[in-house]
Design a protein around this ligand. Sequence first.
Ligand code: DGY
Length: 328
Amino acid sequence: MKKWNVYATRRIPEPAISTIAKECNVLLNNNDRLSIRSDLLDGVRNKDAILCTLLDKIDKEVLDSAGPSLKVISSYSTGTDHIDIDEATKRGIYVTTTGDILTEAVADLTFALILGISRYIVRGHEMVTQNQWKYGWDPNLLLGSDIHGSTIGIFGLGKIGTAVAKRAKGFDMKIIYYKRNSKKNIQIENELGAKNVSNIDELVEKSDFLSLHCPLNSETYHLIDRSKLKRMKKSAYLINTARGPVVNEEHLIEALENQWIAGAALDVFEKEPPLPNNPLLKMKNVLLLPHLGSATFSTRTKMAKVAAENLLNVLNEKNPIYGANLKS
Ligand code: DGY
């Protein structure tokens, strides 16, 4: 039986690579780190499929290097901002993703960030473990902000935004949301008491927690900039589990330095990892995580299975489970 040729840019959790290897010759970037550009360009040459992660920029140059044999780019991610989908589509190459598998895990982490930033969870832990908690219970120690009764503003009420809204209802929060280019979600409004606001400025102005759940594209790049941050309440927090560049990080730093907002909890950054001299790393009013939204064993394992299935399905002329472009 003919074996397909696959370049895998990263060792992702099993059973992904072993499943693919039953039907394909897999060239695996074994360094267990990001493939450097020249390895990526060499690795994809004459391959039928690429298994990549969100760190691999799959652009025209990579597609040219792969050549006409390439049929599918299976991304071990839900976001597709690292792939030139238009160019792939023009060439008849499938782009596949891990779809909504990570929805609940990301929504959980969003709440970890909301709780963490507003109730000083990390600062409190450090205080205890570093023996800085000197005098027992203190009426004025680390007083944070209430989550119950506050307003969460959800930008992007897709699958993840909706999962966040469900959790927010459990916390007795008021839920407002804004979706670009789309109408009210009547079902969610009825079920969760969520209210659609008519524009992003209203969302920004009314939120105590502004939580971003949109893809990164030309419309959302630097969506949260100086003007939006200035409109936020001084007591509000920005929560970002979407993509770093949705927020203009330089403007966010300015906002945090000048206390235009109370704080920011970020799982994603404009540059990952942030440079060591990034001022965010030294700030007190932030909570920063290394892009952990989908990082649970169960979610990452399911993502790996789907990434393998997507890839094999396309090679075997079946529909991928989660396709981002072509329909067959
Ligand atoms: C994705 O898949 O897009 C997440 O950001 C990482 O799992």
